[in-house]
Every structure is written in structure tokens, then in C-alpha cells.
Design a binder for this molecule. Structure first.
Ligand code: AMP
Ligand code: TRP
Length: 334
């Protein structure tokens, strides 16, 4: 894998936890954007299993989900000849760099993370030390590769801000070793909402409100038809009607590139919610069809996926090792 200066392209790093089934929020908020921009950048996309174990996981399920997530990346259209795809725990430097960051990050910064506070409130005393350390591991992921951009959904903004703060503090205290990255968050699709409670984001922890990428067509259709909508008749992008707004946003994002909100509103002029849901259901079934077929195809050859993941880790490891060595030396280790 070339460095940004070699290729002249920006280096992009992102990751997803293999901790649940992938849903439309993951796809429209993250993976689809990676695929759309993959030929403009120098990409590294990770399957962050070390993050997944910050909450208890069944070992066999975790192992399988890591492979399934790799298949989702490929089935969604990532091209492994242009993009390194690898499993976080295959590159030991992630855990090593995270330790350095644990030691330089003030406790107050970690305690302020809203995702931590939410999870902590949910699981209380069963909460692990790793859950508090989660954002420093994420900073390690990104900073090891000197990434320019981190394409994520809106919910990750605070973690990227912390990553920037950690990079700046490191460079200030020990010398200029780390590149300060930017969050790349698209305004549309950055937050896909639950179909059952459109004031909450679509999330693995709320299966009823999710559209899973591998759901069969009849399940996809029924999920959309049962989606909660608001009272009102006109089909318009309206911030005061979050259920409708969410369905329209999904419709727009699955439509051909360049489709605007006005195009979508014009299309549904004079029609009601029923027509929107019916058309949206077909659009989702059609939109996910190729991904589902490709996933099934890839599942026939698990050995190929193992090779690909090993190759991905082998390609990125030298970059991680270089940054790790520079950071360790700057801190006086070794
Ligand atoms: P996670 O499933 O929490 O590991 O998230 C993986 C990626 O999907 C991250 O970039 C998230 O920002 C993005 N993501 C997760 N849920 C949503 C959602 N409901 N809407 C948009 N993006 C999302
Ligand atoms: N915290 C991210 C999420 O839950 C996953 C993640 C881990 C990540 N490391 C990363 C995302 C590095 C981007 C870059 O979605």
C-alpha cells in the first residue's frame, strides 16, 4: 500500500464492529459512502473486533461475524485491489498504540464521551474497563495509519474530535509524529433513524426498528410497510415529521446518484404515504438484491475470505509498525 505522498491521494481509514448484524444505517451512513469514493482515495477499512469485545461476545459468533462483515464489505462493492480490508486483532500495533494513548489521555476526556456514558448507564456495574478505553483504541486505529479522513456516521463525531485532541497532545508533548485527521461526515444519510421510533437512530440494539442488509425480500417489505409514520398527508421532507423524513431520506439515498429532495417530492406529488411505502419497499428489495446475491456467492468459498483478510493485514502492517516505532521512540520506550 502506497503512502499518501506516493499516490497523491488522501488516506482514508474507517471501521465497523463485528458485534451484530449489519443494517441499513451502517450501509447508508458508512459503507455506501466508502464504496462511492473508493477510487478517489487510498483506503483502509477495518473490522474492529477488539472494539467488539468491550462488551461480552460469544467467541464463535464473534469469529463468524468478523468474516461475515468482510463479506458485506466486498458484497457492497469494495474492491480489494484498491482497498485494504483487514481484522483489527491481526495487526498487534492497534492494542500497543492504544496503551500509549491510555497513558497520555486525561481521565476527564474519556469520561466525557457520550457513547461511553450511554453504554455505562445501560449495563452499569457489568461495564468493563475496556469500554472506557474504547475511544483511545479508536484513536490508535486511525493515527497508526496517518489517515487524512475518517468517513463515519454522525454518531462518531465526538470520537474523531477526541482522536484529534490525542494526536495534538502527543505531537505537542513528544514531537510531531502523528497526522491530525478529519471526520468526513455526509450531511445526508449520516443518521438513519429507527423505523419504530424515528427519534432514535437505527441501531443493532433495537432489531425491530432495523432493516438488516441480509433480510429476505418479504421481511424487508413488511418492515417498511409497518414503519411508523406521522399524521399528515403531503409527502414532503419535513423536519417536524421524523418518520416520514426518514423514509424519504432512505428513498433518496437509494435512488440514482444526483437525485435531489425536490426530485423525490415531485415524484410523489399528489400521492400518499401508502404509495411511498410501496415504492420504497421495492427500492430497498432491488437496492439490496445485488449485495445479497454477492454475499451468498462469497459464502461458498470461506478460504478465499481468509486469504483476503491475511493479505489485507500484511499490506497495512508495515505502516502501523512504522508509526508505532516512531511513537514509542518519541516517548522514550525501548
Ligand atoms: P457501528 O455499527 O456502531 O459499529 O457503526 C458502524 C458505522 O455505521 C459507523 O460509521 C456509524 O457511524 C455508522 N452508523 C451506525 N448506525 C447508523 C445510523 N443509524 N445512521 C447512519 N450511520 C450509522
Ligand atoms: N467506534 C466506531 C463505531 O462504533 C467503530 C470504529 C472503531 C471506527 N475504530 C474506528 C470507526 C476507526 C472509524 C475509524 O462505529
Amino acid at each position: 500500500m502506497s503512502t499518501p505522498t506516493h499516490s497523491g491521494k488522501k488516506r482514508v481509514f474507517s471501521g465497523i464492529q463485528p458485534s451484530g448484524e449489519m443494517h441499513l444505517g451502517n450501509y447508508l451512513g458508512a459503507i455506501k459512502n466508502w464504496v462511492d469514493a473508493q477510487y478517489d482515495n487510498d483506503n483502509i477499512f477495518c473490522i474492529v473486533d477488539l472494539h467488539a469485545i468491550t462488551v461480552p461476545q460469544d467467541p464463535q459468533t464473534l469469529h463468524r461475524r468478523s468474516r461475515d462483515l468482510a463479506k458485506i464489505y466486498l458484497a457492497a462493492g469494495l474492491d480489494p485491489s484498491r482497498t485494504a480490508i483487514f481484522i483489527q486483532s491481526h495487526v498487534k500495533e492497534h492494542a500497543e498504540m492504544a496503551w500509549l494513548f491510555n497513558c497520555i489521555t486525561p481521565m476527564g476526556w474519556a469520561n466525557r464521551m457520550t457513547q461511553f456514558k450511554e453504554k455505562q448507564a445501560e449495563i452499569k456495574e457489568r461495564s468493563s474497563v475496556g469500554l472506557l478505553a474504547y475511544p483511545m483504541l479508536m484513536a490508535a486505529d486511525i493515527l497508526l495509519y496517518q489517515a487524512d479522513g475518517v468517513p463515519v456516521g454522525e454518531d462518531q463525531r465526538q470520537h474523531i474530535e477526541l482522536t484529534r485532541d490525542i494526536a495534538q497532545k502527543f505531537n505537542h508533548d513528544y514531537g510531531p509524529v502523528l497526522k491530525v485527521p478529519e471526520a468526513w461526515i455526509r450531511s445526508e444519510g449520516a443518521r438513519i433513524m429507527s423505523l419504530q421510533d424515528p427519534t432514535k437512530k437505527m441501531s443493532k440494539s433495537d432489531p425491530a426498528g432495523c432493516i438488516l442488509l441480509l433480510d429476505p425480500p418479504d421481511v424487508l417489505r413488511s418492515r417498511i410497510m409497518k414503519a411508523v409514520t406521522d399524521s399528515g398527508r403531503e409527502v414532503r421532507f419535513d423536519e417536524s415529521r421524523p418518520g416520514l423524513l426518514n423514509l424519504l431520506t432512505i428513498y433518496q439515498l437509494l435512488s440514482p446518484p444526483g437525485t435531489t429532495r425536490q426530485d423525490v417530492e415531485r415524484h410523489f406529488e399528489g400521492q400518499g404515504y401508502g404509495a411511498l411505502k410501496k415504492e420504497l419497499a421495492e427500492l430497498v428489495v432491488e437496492g439490496l438484491g445485488p449485495l445479497q446475491r454477492h454475499f451468498a456467492e462469497l459464502s461458498k468459498d470461506e478460504g478465499h475470505i481468509e486469504d483476503l483478510l491475511k493479505n489485507g493485514a500484511d499490506r497495512v502492517r508495515p505502516i502501523a509498525q512504522q508509526t508505532m516505532a516512531a511513537a514509542a521512540a518519541a516517548m522514550g520506550l525501548g
